[in-house]
Design a protein around this ligand. Structure first.
Ligand code: PMP
Length: 351
C-alpha cells in the first residue's frame, strides 16, 4: 500500500551506501588526511563554551558568510551556505528545474547532479566525455540550446576524473547559453583556478565550493554557493531555514580564521600529489590520468583485482570498475606520505 505512494522515479535511485568494513587506509572519498581540529581544539572548545544551544542557529550563517566573503573576495550578499555543497545543488535544482525540464552535465561526473534532478522530476542529459575524459563544451552548449536547458553543471576540476576545464571554455558556456551555469569548484584549492570573479559579470553563473576537502571539514558539512545578488534572492527563497547547525557555523568560522594553517596543509597535499603521480607512472600495468584535484584516476586491465586485493589489506580506494564509462578505473585520494607508501607497496604485491 505505502509503496504505491512513492514517486515513480525514486526506485531508479540507488541509496548512497558507504561501507563500514574495517579500513586501515582510507583513500576512497577525496577527504583531507589531516585532522586540523587536533591543532585548533583548544580554540574550538573555548568558542563553543558559551553557545546558546537551546536556541536555533543563525539561519543564514551571517558571521560565517562574512568570513567566507573575505576569503573569496566577494560580498557577503553573494554567498549562501549549505549543509554541504550537496544541499546547494539541491536548492539550485529546486529553484530552477520544473517537471520534465532539462539539466545538462558532462559524463562521467559527480552523481548528485543527476540524483537531485531525478528527485525533482527533471530530465538529465549527460554529454559524454572522450576516452581520455576531456569534456566536450561545444556539445554541452548545443544540447543546452536544443533542450532549452534550465541548468548546466560543470564540475571543475571534475570528480572522479580530475579533468580541468579552461576558464575560456567555461566562459563560453556562460555566454552562449540562456541556462544557469553552475561551476562546481569543490576542489578549487587544489587547482588554484576559479571563475568566481565572473559572478558579478554574468547573472547566470553560480560557483559552488565546500569546506569538506581543502579545509579538512568533511564531518562538519559546510558548503557554499557564490553568485550575483539577483540569483541569491531566489536561492534564499528555497534554502531550508537553520540549515547549518550552530556547531558547524562555529567550526567553519574557526577554520577560515586560520586559513594560513589550512593553506600549509593544502601545499602538503599538492606536494604529495606530485610524488604519488610520479610513483604511479612508474607502474607498468596502469594508466594514470592528469588531475587538478586531491585525487588521481587510474585505469588498468587489472583494476578489479587491485581493488579487491587492496580491500583485503584494509586499504580502500574508489572502485568504478562496474561503471560503463569508467570501465577498469579506480580513484585514489591523495593522503599522507605514509599512506602513499603503503599504497605503492601494495601495487608491487598485486602483480
Ligand atoms: N561536488 C563535488 C564535485 C564533490 O566531489 C562533492 C563531494 N564528494 C560535493 C560536491 C559535495 O561535497 P559536500 O556536500 O561535502 O560539500
Amino acid at each position: 500500500m505505502m509503496l504505491s505512494l512513492v514517486k515513480k522515479n525514486i526506485y531508479s535511485i540507488k541509496p548512497y551506501r558507504i561501507s563500514k568494513e574495517y579500513i586501515h587506509t582510507k583513500l576512497d572519498a577525496n577527504e583531507n588526511p589531516y585532522n586540523l581540529l587536533d591543532i585548533l581544539k583548544e580554540k574550538f572548545i573555548e568558542n563553543i563554551d558559551n553557545l546558546n544551544i537551546n536556541r536555533y542557529p543563525d539561519t543564514n550563517s551571517d558571521e560565517l558568510r562574512e568570513l567566507l566573503a573575505e576569503y573569496v573576495d566577494v560580498k557577503k550578499e553573494n554567498i549562501l551556505c549549505g549543509n554541504g555543497s550537496d544541499e546547494i545543488i539541491q536548492v539550485i535544482i529546486n529553484t530552477f528545474v520544473d517537471k520534465d525540464e532539462y539539466v545538462i552535465t558532462h559524463s562521467p561526473t559527480f552523481s548528485m547532479y543527476k540524483i537531485f534532478t531525478n528527485i525533482a522530476g527533471g530530465k538529465i542529459l549527460e554529454v559524454l566525455s572522450n576516452s581520455s575524459f576531456q569534456i566536450n563544451v561545444d556539445e554541452i552548449i548545443k544540447e543546452a540550446k536544443f533542450k532549452k536547458a534550465k541548468v548546466i553543471f560543470l564540475c571543475n576540476p571534475n570528480n572522479p576524473t580530475g579533468t580541468v576545464i579552461s576558464k575560456e571554455e567555461i566562459e563560453r558556456v556562460i555566454r552562449k547559453t540562456e541556462a544557469i551555469v553552475v561551476v562546481d569548484e569543490a576542489y578549487y584549492e587544489f587547482l588554484g583556478e576559479t571563475v568566481v570573479d565572473l559572478v558579478n559579470v554574468y547573472d547566470n553563473l553560480i560557483v559552488l565550493r565546500t569546506l569538506s576537502k581543502a579545509f579538512a571539514l568533511a564531518g562538519a558539512r559546510i558548503g557554499y554557493g557564490i553568485a550575483s545578488e539577483k540569483i541569491m534572492d531566489v536561492l534564499y527563497r528555497v534554502k531550508p531555514p537553520y540549515n547549518l547547525s550552530t556547531f558547524s557555523q562555529e567550526i567553519g568560522k574557526l577554520f577560515i580564521e586560520n586559513v594560513d594553517l589550512v593553506k600549509n596543509y593544502i601545499q602538503k597535499i599538492k606536494e604529495e600529489r606530485l610524488f604519488l603521480q610520479k610513483e604511479l607512472k612508474k607502474i607498468e600495468y596502469i594508466e594514470v590520468f592528469p588531475t587538478g584535484s586531491n585525487f588521481v584516476l587510474v585505469r588498468s586491465e587489472k583494476a578489479k583485482r587491485i581493488v579487491e586485493e587492496f580491500k583485503k589489506e584494509g586499504l580502500s580506494i574508489r572502485d568504478f570498475t562496474k561503471e560503463d564509462l569508467l570501465r577498469n578505473c579506480f580513484r585514489i585520494t591523495v593522503g599522507t606520505r605514509e599512506e602513499s607508501n603503503r599504497l605503492l607497496e601494495l601495487f608491487k604485491k598485486v602483480v
